[in-house]
Design a protein around this ligand. Structure first.
Ligand code: SF4
Ligand code: SF4
Length: 306
């Protein structure tokens, strides 16, 4: 077994569902990325306008970078919120994925350094300017679908991604050749037409952006289209035929509490800050803040009263 194969096997031993490796190089994504910014598809996410060179080329982010080790971790839930109650995106059901993925990546990096003590690098999980889906596709984990998400053939798209960018030359995987074909279910199902063309998301129109990243009021044109989503939105994943093969995760940290699974609209609209903190202290839901979640619940309440 080569060292690259050993790294991938160790990633699976640590609980990751997939691992691939590609060369750290210029992504070649500049033109597409800059056009997306010019079209203001990033809304008020100003951080996407910063560190653009580092985002496009990991060698500028991590000194001496030679390889990107990309990992995926399944978060598809065993049990879901009942259909009638306000919905949270599946990724937000359990413990904050930033911490879970990072902890596993640290273990993988420690394992590599036990064998190659001179190796340097950094680990990331949605925590720095890294084109995660692009590198995952380059590393052969899957392909980017028209819904802009990474799809792992035979496994679906309900996966967190993470990367180790290191200064060691390794053996590199090939990108996969599967793709969406003539399907356009995600584009047709998106209630807000946020997928304004295949492979492009206009975040300003997206329910995920409006309910999580937006710090102001929700665009009044989006409110009637929230489709009962109080935090994030999984519609363009749920309709994707590649997700027919989704299987529940095997990471205990992602199992939601009974209190979370019993949440309904009445509880959400009546929730005070202390209960919010107790429920979501270790959850990615913190990102929308207490005021954001209340705003979202009230918006859903309004759509029901009409
Ligand atoms: S997350 Fe929801 S709103 Fe955003 S693109 Fe997908 S279906 Fe549309
Ligand atoms: S729903 Fe169809 S078009 Fe959209 S990502 Fe899935 S396979 Fe591709």
């Amino acid at each position: 077994m080569t060292f690259s194969e050993e790294i991938k096997a160790q990633a699976v031993t640590l609980g990751f569902d997939a691992c691939g490796i590609c060369r750290a190089t210029d992504s070649g994504e500049e033109e597409r990325y800059m056009q997306w910014l010019r079209d203001h598809c990033h809304g008020d996410m100003g951080y996407l306008e910063r560190n653009i060179e580092k985002r496009l080329d990991p060698r500028l982010l991590v000194e001496g970078a030679r390889s990107v080790i990309s990992v995926a971790l399944n978060y598809y839930p065993h049990r879901t919120l009942p259909a009638g109650v306000p919905q949270f995106a599946f990724y937000a059901y359990g413990r904050d994925y930033h911490q879970v993925v990072r902890e596993k990546l640290h273990l993988l990096f420690d394992w590599i350094r036990q064998r190659c003590p001179a190796v340097t690098g950094r680990s990331f999980s949605d925590s720095a300017p890294v084109l995660e889906r692009f590198w995952a596709a380059q590393a052969g984990l899957g392909f980017i679908g028209k819904n802009t998400l990474l799809i792992l053939p035979g496994k679906g798209s309900f996966f967190f991604l993470g990367e180790l960018i290191i200064d060691l030359e390794l053996d590199y995987d090939q990108p996969v050749t599967q793709h969406c074909g003539s399907c356009r279910r995600c584009l047709d199902a998106c209630p807000t037409r946020a997928l304004d063309m295949p492979y492009r998301l206009n975040a300003r129109q997206c329910i995920s952006y409006q309910t999580i990243e937006n710090r102001g009021t929700i665009d009044p044109a989006i409110v009637p289209l929230l489709s009962n989503n109080v935090y994030g939105c999984d519609i363009c994943q749920k309709v994707c035929p590649w997700n027919h093969c989704s299987r529940p995760h095997t990471t205990p940290d992602f199992t939601p509490s009974e209190a979370f699974l019993s949440l309904d609209l009445a509880q959400l609209t009546a929730m005070d800050e202390e209960r919010w903190r107790n429920l979501f202290r270790h959850s990615a839901v913190k990102r929308s803040r207490f005021t954001g979640l209340k705003r979202n619940a009230e918006a859903i309440s309004k759509t029901r009263n009409k």
